[in-house]
Ligand binder design. Structure first.
Ligand code: 0WD
Ligand code: CA
Length: 382
């Protein structure tokens, strides 16, 4: 505990006292500042779920949930052609549509009256996507991609919504054809591994439509931060030891086939960090990886239990540390809570980060950064 306190002081000391608008306060991201004991992280508990259909329309049910259905293990292993159906049986989601927190807010509007702990619980909570928290967890180790998170306080609750950085937008618009196909291949793998009903089998003859999504909504706590967040879940395993979500959920990933120890080392250092952060936050116990060969076929599968991923880098000087990830996330959430003081859905504090620099803040009103939709604000205000 004393160690914790000393670390907190170290981080605070790095934060200049001066207030916005200029110069902005800063939050450092160096891993060394966040080592120390693992902070409290509550077991995530599922509050509900929703689905998005082939037209990206919201449904307050589990209709898009699929069922884990791996190939039989008796023969030589899988032979999934991940390029099959590309591009003719591919309906990619329109990435120009920036949805922000909209679907999650729709769920919240329908369920806020029934939340355990009452309206007081929500007023003290942080609402966001799981994917945004994943980016926070990996920040101390990230050396390539920055991020921007918009934050607004409304009726006590702190809402965090990612903003696409200009660099990310430029990259997306200039995405090379090979990368587009690689993205398709990830979704195609899901189709080979998932059935529409429990007990039935995958049907890879159909279309891949990335509008379709099943999202779990969960609550948890990191340190003294209450969290309400949602994440997209690939499938549920009807044969999992626990049928209770999120313990029955399975995350599916593809990765390049590896042949040399150096490839595996780099995989553990970089990819496994992202896989761990994403699945740990939501409480998904297993990530099933399909390794693809240069021809785009998955010929082997490997299950990585989320709680065992750290073992691959525990003794690696250039590895990652879960405590650093969680302590940084907690420090960022405190930083955001202390920065966004004014309760106003039209006011946005934009937190920006680039690798090698601390997190900076700028203040904005209304378009283009305000993200809490009028329909939400009005319904909640009455
Ligand atoms: O509009 C945006 N900028 C974002 C939208 C950023 C992040 C998420 N989202 C939306 C997604 O469209 C989806 O409905 O939020 C939902 C997923 O949220 P999440 O679970 O918090 O996101 P994350 O953990 O980053 O991704 C989970 C899965 C991904 O699986 P892989 O195996 O690639 O990690 O959600 C999918 C993807 O399958 N996904 C997306 N699908 C469409 N558009 C996107 C996206 N922008 N981001 C993730
Ligand atoms: Ca996935």
């Amino acid at each position: 505990r004393r160690e914790n306190k000393r670390r907190a002081e170290k981080v605070e000391a790095a934060e200049p006292r001066n207030k916005l608008p200029s110069p902005a306060s800063l939050l450092p991201t160096d891993p060394a500042l966040y080592s120390g004991p693992f902070p409290f992280y509550g077991r995530p508990s599922e509050l509900g779920c929703f689905s998005l259909d082939a037209q990206r329309q919201y449904h307050g049910d589990a209709q898009a949930l699929r069922y884990y259905s791996p190939p039989p293990t008796n023969d030589q292993g899988p032979h999934f052609d991940l390029r099959d159906g590309y591009p003719d049986r591919y309906q990619p989601r329109d990435e120009e549509v920036q949805e922000g927190l909209d679907h999650l807010l729709r769920w919240l509007l329908d369920h806020r009256g029934k939340l355990e702990g009452g309206p007081g619980w929500l007023a003290g909570a942080i609402v966001t996507w799981r994917g945004h928290l994943t980016k926070l967890l990996t920040t101390p180790y990230e050396q390539q991609e920055g991020w921007q998170l918009a934050a607004s306080r409304f009726q006590g609750t702190l809402y965090l919504s990612e903003v696409e950085t200009p660099a990310a937008r430029a990259q997306r618009l200039a995405r090379p054809p090979l990368l587009r196909e690689l993205m398709y291949m990830g979704y195609k793998f899901e189709q080979y591994m998932c059935a529409d009903k429990p007990g039935s089998f995958p049907d890879p003859s159909g279309e891949v439509n990335t509008n379709v999504a099943f999202c779990s909504v969960l609550r948890s706590r990191l340190g003294n931060h209450r969290l309400l967040f949602s994440g997209e879940v690939d499938c549920t395993d009807p044969r999992a030891p626990s049928t209770q979500p999120p313990a029955c959920y399975v995350e599916l990933k593809t990765s390049k086939e590896m042949h040399r120890p150096g490839h595996w080392r780099s995989f553990y250092r970089h990819k496994l960090l992202k896989w761990w952060a994403q699945s740990f936050l939501l409480g998904v116990p297993n990530v099933v990886a399909g390794f693809r060969n240069p021809e785009g076929f998955v010929c082997s599968l490997k299950t990585f239990p989320t709680m065992e991923m750290f073992e691959y880098v525990r003794n690696d000087r250039d590895g990652w540390n879960p405590s650093v990830c969680m302590n940084f996330c907690a420090a960022f959430l405190s930083f955001a809570q202390n920065t966004v003081v004014q309760d106003d859905p039209r006011l946005v504090h934009l937190f920006s980060w680039e690798p090698g620099s601390p997190v900076t803040v700028s203040k904005h009103r209304d378009a283009p950064y305000a993200f809490l939709p009028t329909w939400y604000v009005e319904a909640v205000t009455q």
